[in-house]
Design a protein around this ligand. Sequence first.
Ligand code: SAH
Ligand code: SF4
Length: 359
Amino acid sequence: MRGLLDLSLEELQEIMAGWGEPSYRARQIWGWIYRRGATTFEAMTDLPKALRARLSEAFTISTLRPLAERVSQDGWTRKWLFALHDGAEVEAVLMEYTDRRTACVSTQAGCAMGCTFCATGQMGLLRNLTTGEIVEQVLWIARWLAAHGERLTHVVFMGMGEPFANYANTAKALRLLIHPDGFHLGQRRITVSTVGIVPGIRRFAQEGWEINLAISLHAATDDLRNRLVPINRVYPLHALMEAVRDYIEQTRRRVTFEWVMIQGVNDTPEQAEALVERIQGMLAHVNLIPLNPTPGFPEEASPPERIEAFRRILEKAGIPCTVRVRRGIDVAAGCGQLRAAVTGRRPRIAGISLREAYA
Ligand code: SAH
Ligand code: SF4
């Protein structure tokens, strides 16, 4: 059976035309799914019964099976662990704020990039998610919110996996999410975070989108970045920064650099100064995120005074910088951690967080 959420509008239109259906049919089905939150064809009551039956035989709308759901003690962060049709598992997180509700979604089951501090990196890559599996995480959270009288306002691609290592499916999911006949989310309300896959950044720059781009930098010298983010050996800092500069020049859009603060490792004045040197004058913003401890990485989060000292060096150099608060520390609301906690394949841990909303 094919996933309906894998299809572009044009692809669905072509199928409907082949079935001898009127040309408005595809939009009608999309309206049910993306605007009205339908999860079965049976619910599409203004479709002929025979068509509903035929659609049900040929396509599925819903493939995610929730395995676990956790809510933070303050109730503002909620995390789901989903099983996919083949048993692969992914996580999605909802973060509520007074003025926004952000979904954080996964693009791969696991990740091949191997960042040493990351729970997903520690488990390796199982497989890429399909377009539909990415989109369905957003729809799931949107429906959950709708059932509680609220609306999803933002989406960040900061769950499990590296979006640009699954570029085609990620890009197609983005197109469905911003499509006026699809989920129709404002482009500026979406952020894609990459570990720094240079060809992906260059391709993203060509898309003509206003979708936000975040780069997980974490170190400003190659020797340190090689250790924290092994893919740096393939795309070293000079190549990465050149791609980011070209991206900014082409799109005129500000990028965000993410920097996980690890005590005594990348929170030193030397790293702050090296960072200043790399990005001064760029249309960029830095997010400092205290490390959330993971079982496979012995280091600790930087204490507030070290984060503050780092921030001040950036500030003095005129680089805009935000210190992110940790969210959902008690729901394992970080990359790969709920899966680890639930399956018991890794020791149960306090949980990490991160994934903040981006403007
Ligand atoms: N693969 C992409 C997107 C998913 S990870 C990327 O790396 O950008 C999203 C963010 O979570 C990245 O900035 C990543 O560095 C960060 N992250 C991963 N593990 C973390 C941890 N243990 N503590 C804090 N942030 C973490
Ligand atoms: Fe993959 Fe991102 Fe985790 Fe690195 S930080 S291992 S790129 S998910």
